[in-house]
Write a protein that binds this ligand. Structure first.
Ligand SMILES: [Zn+2]
Length: 310
């Protein structure tokens, strides 16, 4: 066991160090082709590139030899085609973490196919995969990847309510979901998440302009329903561990202060105070009156001191 851990760790180090050395020579693809067959127990492979060099034959080689791979980062490899996803589906069924953000050529059919085989996925980054992240692919993820905890769908503007609702109904362990720039989604998506994903801690809704107060109230009310929070548990300090810890509603211009304040009051881990911006509302000019409890307290203290001094 110790051997396997240290072996995989050394493999990880070697590949990352070598990839750094070879980066300037624009030889990443050849590097992977020559090294992957020698590292058959590799568990982590980070192949971030400044200039995309990776081609399908490299991912096919990884899939052929590295069946234990759990963490693979192929972000910004826009030369890759669906061939890579089909290869990973057959060769790397143990993937838990996959980053294909910025891989713009992948289709939703190939992504749906991958989810049929890689059912252990916990963290999936699809940011900018506009062609791949469709409702069809999200339905497959909801059906196949029930262990999913984190999903980034940033700027995937083909995503709609059908896809997000399928996710909510299939992935009950979802903790982080980034829907920033998913301009088509409506309150129905957020209501499904509020009702079905009781472990949700982080939600990004930046620029989702169809979102209204209904969505905010559904999140606020979901906490009451799912936590069974008692006065005792809140006194034990578990209060801040529950519920939303991060919410981005920047540019959601339809929201009103009363709904967002209700949400802020329900989730004490959401802060608007300086240094703890876990409730992000930039661009929402009508929400300037929304404050977390400590910001209100700080304001009161300041006023007391100010008035006493005069
Ligand atoms: Zn605060």
């Amino acid at each position: 066991m110790a051997y396997s851990v240290s072996c995989s760790f050394v493999s990880y180090l070697l590949i990352t160090v070598l990839s750094t050395i070879f980066r300037c020579r624009k030889n990443m693809n050849n590097l992977v082709l020559s090294l992957a067959p020698k590292f058959t127990r590799l568990q982590t492979l980070i192949l971030r590139q400044e200039n995309p060099q990776l081609e399908d034959n490299a991912v096919e080689t990884i899939s052929k030899f590295c069946h234990d791979l759990q963490d693979l980062d192929l972000s910004k490899s826009f030369k890759l085609s669906d061939r890579s996803l089909y290869a990973l589906a057959h060769g790397c069924p143990n993937l838990k973490k996959l980053n294909i953000s910025g891989c713009t050529s992948f289709s939703d059919e190939a992504l749906a196919y991958l989810t049929n085989f890689c059912r252990k996925l916990k963290i999936l980054n699809l940011c900018g995969c506009v062609k791949a992240a469709t409702d069809h692919a999200l339905q497959a993820i909801g059906r196949n990847c029930n262990m999913l905890q984190s999903l980034n769908l940033g700027w995937c503007d083909n995503v709609g309510d059908l896809g997000v609702m399928s996710l909510a109904y299939g992935c009950h362990d979802l903790r982080c979901l980034d829907l920033c720039g998913c301009v088509r989604i409506t309150d129905d998506s957020v209501i499904a998440l509020a009702n079905e994903c009781l472990h949700l801690r982080s939600l990004g809704l930046y620029y989702c302009r169809n979102i209204t107060d209904r969505a905010m109230y559904s999140l606020a009310h979901s906490r009451v329903k799912n936590k069974g929070l008692t006065w005792e548990s809140s006194m034990k300090g578990r209060y801040e561990d529950d519920g939303l810890k991060s919410l981005n509603i920047s540019q959601c211009t339809a929201l009103t202060p009363s709904a967002v304040q209700a949400l802020c009051d329900t989730f004490p881990a959401l802060h608007t105070c300086s240094g703890r911006h876990s409730l992000v509302m930039s661009g929402c000019l009508n929400l300037t009156s929304v404050h977390c409890a400590c910001a209100v307290q700080a304001h009161r203290t300041f006023n007391t001191i100010f008035h006493t001094a005069h």
